[in-house]
Ligand binder design. Structure first.
Ligand code: ZN
Length: 552
């Protein structure tokens, strides 16, 4: 699953070609739509790879490109034909329309409620190309209920498409049959790469994944993916179900090919070795601390080298948790993969320009990538610390159950603010360089504006607004009304972050829904000063359009 899959809706009123009377204006509108994605080269250092791994990389890029073709087919039955028409179109608007199609991997604009930008295409089918376009949910459910138990599971499973027979009744076709032509080519590339790499865990994953393409049984290869310990990191296959707007059952093909970042991997190991110490120092009643933290879910930091399929479309993934198979999540947990160079590209194209507007001019130079990424790592680790299994009125419960619909925003706020607390702890302990201290707080302040830029309906944005207004009201952040900018108070920020960490975690420990509701109501809002600053961010890109020199 991907964090922040929430997509902002931005350009109401800008899109529609029906209102365009002239061809030039269609062209210029397309250029405006495209300009929200800043073109950015994404590169990774492959100089440390063995000759065998470097040769394997070429095969993996070829396999990732097959995921493009598979995904294009999954989006819509008319998708390939539309792409061919646009590719042949030599008119002035043909070029930008093709470019925008490539960004979205289809004729609908993901940043604009999936509205069509290619004239004449229908609204996006809710069930994509996974089901017949005229099938209703009721028809599907009635058909599934008529099937034997094992077939019911397959019909609702990740790896089947639903089609109509000539008599209009429904039937299912497995991915391995429906996409055999392309999957057999992809499997060939994975097998070739397996023959070239000198890493045993990578070879094991690639061979098992190639086999899964032919059998639709992904279990063994998902387990092998969990155990992958290799300088080349590969995620390839059918994964996320967001595009199935009818049921969220069917998985879209994608690929992330990356190079493991050894410095960040070492940093994570260092942090991991201090987690119990940090838990023991949390600013909460000692009885709420966990004396024996369990094993942490694995985290991998990679630099992306190539991507394919759904990963290419729309807003770029900067981190993901997989697999989605519940059996594996129950048995082994899930693994988190963070794409450091993608985060870096977003940092320089989006966060830096935001800081140039929202942060006081004498603190802007402190905004930098290293503390930005380090805080993201701390955020992920801190999700594992603090209260989870709690006791409410003598009965065992969980924070998630007690905080109900408030849980996601609350837990995200906890991870952010306690991430600052934890890094401050490590700075004070001499584990993290003291030079990062001021940078970390100011970079965090700029990050608030990035998170709340498109509203606070989503958990991360809401959690950020809660923290921001608390820090502002307690003097840790100050507002300069003349310049419309914000600054960190380096004396107050430490004790106030500590205090807020204590408040948020105590609410979790006590499962105090009413307190969470009251605090969110008071602080998780956008006040006029913040709104004025947000209004000035409209020209800053929404995301990046990655360019992979490696693929050319
Ligand atoms: Zn989080």
């Amino acid at each position: 699953m991907k964090p922040g899959s929430f997509v902002p809706f931005l350009l109401a009123g800008l899109l529609f070609f029906t209102s365009c009377s002239r061809k030039e204006s269609m062209e210029s509108r397309l250029i405006q739509l495209i300009s929200r994605y800043a073109p950015t080269a994404i590169t990774a250092d492959t100089s440390m790879l063995s000759a065998g791994n470097r040769a394997a990389l070429h095969e993996l890029i070829a396999a990732a490109q097959i995921m493009d073709s598979l995904y294009l087919r999954q989006v819509w039955s008319g998708n390939i034909r539309t792409l061919e028409t646009l590719t042949a179109d030599k008119s002035p608007e043909g070029q930008p329309m093709l470019r925008y199609f490539q960004i979205n991997m289809g004729p609908w604009s993901k940043l604009d409620h999936d509205s069509a930008f290619v004239p004449g295409v229908p609204p996006r089918p809710l069930g994509a190309n996974y089901y017949p376009e005229d099938m209703t949910k009721d028809e599907f459910n009635a058909w599934v209920a008529s099937l034997p138990q094992t077939d019911q599971e397959k019909a609702k499973g990740f790896f089947t498409v639903i089609q109509r027979r000539s008599d209009r009744s429904l039937t299912m076709v497995s991915y391995s049959a429906e996409y055999r032509d392309l999957l057999s080519v992809a499997a060939g590339h994975l097998q070739n790469a397996a023959g070239l790499t000198d890493n045993a865990t990578l070879r094991d994953f690639l061979l098992k994944r190639a086999a899964a393409f032919g059998t639709d049984d992904y279990y063994e290869s998902d387990i092998a993916w969990m155990d992958l310990d290799s300088p080349i990191d590969v995620t390839i296959g059918p994964y996320e179900t967001y595009m199935d707007g009818l049921f969220n059952y069917k998985a879209a093909f994608e690929a992330f090919i990356g190079i493991r970042d050894s410095a960040e991997t070492a940093k994570l190991a260092t942090f991991a070795s201090h987690l119990q110490e940090i838990e023991n120092s949390l600013p909460i009643d000692p009885k709420y601390r966990n004396p024996h933290l369990g094993a942490m879910a694995p985290i991998r930091v990679i630099d992306e080298f190539a991507e394919g399929g759904e990963a290419k479309s729309g807003v770029q993934t900067a981190a993901f948790n997989l697999p989605n198979d519940d059996r594996i999540v129950r048995e082994r947990g899930s693994k988190r993969v963070m794409l450091k160079n993608v985060q870096e590209a977003k940092f320089s194209q989006i966060l830096k320009p935001i800081a140039g507007i929202a942060v006081d001019s004498n603190q802007r130079q402190l905004v930098s990538f290293e503390p930005f990424f380090t805080h993201i790592l701390a955020h992920e680790l801190m999700h594992g610390l603090g209260p989870h299994n709690i006791t409410v009125k003598g009965t065992p419960s969980t924070v998630r159950l007690e905080l109900k619909e408030l849980y996601s925003a609350w837990e995200e706020a906890k991870a952010d603010i306690s991430g600052l607390f934890a890094l401050q702890y490590l700075i004070d302990a001499g584990v993290v360089d003291k030079g990062m201290e001021q940078q970390m707080y100011v970079t965090y302040l700029a990050g608030v504006f990035r998170s709340v830029r498109f509203g606070i309906t989503e958990a991360h944005g809401k959690g950020m607004a809660l923290q921001f207004n608390y820090l502002l009201d307690h003097g840790a952040i100050s507002y300069n009304p003349a310049a419309g900018t914000f600054a960190v108070d380096f004396t107050l920020i430490k004790p106030v972050c500590r205090e807020l960490t204590g408040i948020i975690m105590t609410v979790e420990a006590e499962g105090d829904y009413n307190a969470a509701k009251e605090l969110l109501g008071r602080y998780a809002v956008i006040r006029p000063s913040m709104q004025q600053t947000l209004d000035k961010l409209t020209g800053i890109p929404v995301d990046i359009a990655p360019e992979f020199p490696a693929e050319q």
